[in-house]
Ligand binder design. Structure first.
Ligand code: PH2
Ligand code: MG
Ligand code: MG
Length: 170
């Protein structure tokens, strides 16, 4: 329980960008998440370079995961994440898996398992994506992903697609 009395829930948010200075996009989104009411970014993983899913002809992605403690309910948090995406120039209604300035995915929210029309938690792609599981395991090595199991077991059975640590060029 936070000092203001509202319960804090630990969430994990995936960040991805492959347009318009991905490193700056991710840093800006982390700042915006940290400024949400009742919400703190308590940690972030390193940055990883990954190839686009389905080998689409688009630039490589930069991916990371953030640990977030929040008093916002899951759908409210999702709503705020979508607002941040819009503010960073995310074009809505694009093709599935189109290149994007910023993508924020609610990966995990406490122990919740949610399957509603607008929100699925844990995120449905989680167990198939090395660019999610590797940074997640880095942040929370012993994590038990609700309904799916230990993050390290998930990583072991996940297809590897040549993920690499991002080396800052400055
Ligand atoms: N996100 C997508 C589609 N494809 N590929 C990589 N490497 N990283 C992503 O974050 C990503 C993707 C849709 O959100
Ligand atoms: Mg995504
Ligand atoms: Mg998304």
């Amino acid at each position: 329980v936070a000092h203001n009395g509202s319960p804090q829930n630990r969430a994990y948010i995936g960040l991805g960008s492959n347009l318009a200075d991905p490193q700056a996009q991710i840093m800006r989104a982390l700042g915006a998440l940290d400024r949400l009411p009742g919400t703190r970014v308590v940690a972030r993983s390193g940055l990883y370079v990954s190839r686009p899913l389905a080998d689409l002809p688009q630039p490589d992605y930069l991916n990371a995961v953030a640990t977030v403690d929040t008093a916002l309910a899951p759908h409210r948090l999702l709503h705020e994440m979508q607002r941040i995406e819009r503010e960073q120039g995310r074009v809505p209604g694009g093709e599935r898996w189109a290149a994007r300035t910023i993508d924020l995915d609610l990966l995990i929210y406490g122990q919740s398992v949610i399957r509603s029309a607008s929100l699925s938690v844990p995120h449905p792609g989680l167990s198939q994506r090395d660019f999610v599981l590797q940074p997640l395991a880095e942040l929370a090595p012993g994590l038990d992903v609700p309904s799916l199991g230990k993050v390290h077991s998930l990583l072991e059975s996940c297809p590897r697609r040549g993920l690499r640590r991002f080396e800052a060029s400055r």
